[in-house]
Design a binder for this molecule. Sequence first.
Ligand code: ADE
Length: 410
Amino acid sequence: MGKIANPKLEAEGKKNFLWAKDHMAALTTLSKRHGAGRPLKGVVVGVCLHVTKETSALIDALVAAGADVKLAAANPLSTQDDIAAYLSTMAEVWAWRGQTAKEYDWCIEEVLRAKPEVLIDDGADLHVAAHRAKLGSVLGGCEETTTGVVRLKALEKEGLLRYPIVAINNARTKYLFDNRYGTGQSTFDGILRATALLIAGKTVVVVGYGWVGKGVAMRAKGLNANVTVVEIDPIKALEAHLDGFDVMSIEDAAPRGDIFITCTGQKGVIPFSSVPLMKDGAILANAGHFDVEIDTKTLLAKARSVTAVRPNVDEVVLPGGKRVYLLAKGRIVNLVAAEGHPPEVMQMSFANQFMSALYVLKNHEKLGKRVLDVPPKNENEVALATLDSLGISIGSATKEQLKYAESWSL
Ligand code: ADE
């Protein structure tokens, strides 16, 4: 069973899987260390992730640990169809690029129909659907991203959470690398593949200065752009200022920017009212999980015309005749117009996913119905395995130093 675009892409998918896996040695090491005894034997694992070459390395690890994997996509436009074809040889895959909203929901329902015991999610659509269906089979789960953790914390606050969920996003081995370096690089990968324009000398407006915004601003600076940050949190705004960026409101930034990149997880951070203030030809891209950060609904409803001028570039002509260019339909640009984060970063996020899936399955009875952090011991193991994969060895504290670090008398 399952539904994908084209099974004939399997061989191409296998090559891309091997390319990613070869650059994800930390995941391989940890999956061998913890998965060799097949701790997931016969366990149905429902997965909702972007179906990429990096995800294929995680699915391979889960299957090697004995899991019966049912996979749906975490975005209607991000599936790499060759990878979906290759993964169909080892798992049930419900994913293809270019799904309608209805098809997207249907694929998630198909995953839940298999009565999964563990759920691995990115954005919380799978968890929320399991909660709406009051699915009794689920013992525990994991959540990959900032937006998903926010939604699950809201469920927890209302006393509605049905099982323990590990917030992968809150692990330092996730957000310091995936959110910052992964999104920083892959967002520009997407913008460059879509537009093929020069970044140097342009004014890039980064909306949001969390870990994603920090990474995007850093990469923009590295490409010699002039960087402006829009941030409403006073502490993050100060941080951006002391990091050397211009900081202002979206209304003030609108007439200055050549390229706008949303990085907030919040809706309407580029409101329609700011778009007519922009320069003719301004480029709008979103790096957040959902397509709500740029108010594309109003933008498209008010547009005089919308024309696809290149893959992933829509020219939107405003009522006054001004043009703006919307990338990837306002969806997550790094996964729609490029291939998402590089494997060296995803090995950490997915090693956390793999170990947390085992942890939550083993300990679900005592963990309670809570959103939990990755255990610090696991985090250290992921960091050490990643250093090792990169050929870096570090020292450790002496006995005297450990004692000194815990003493008050010195
Ligand atoms: N999220 C961001 N980049 C990704 C990737 N390469 N694979 C899966 N999920 C991702």
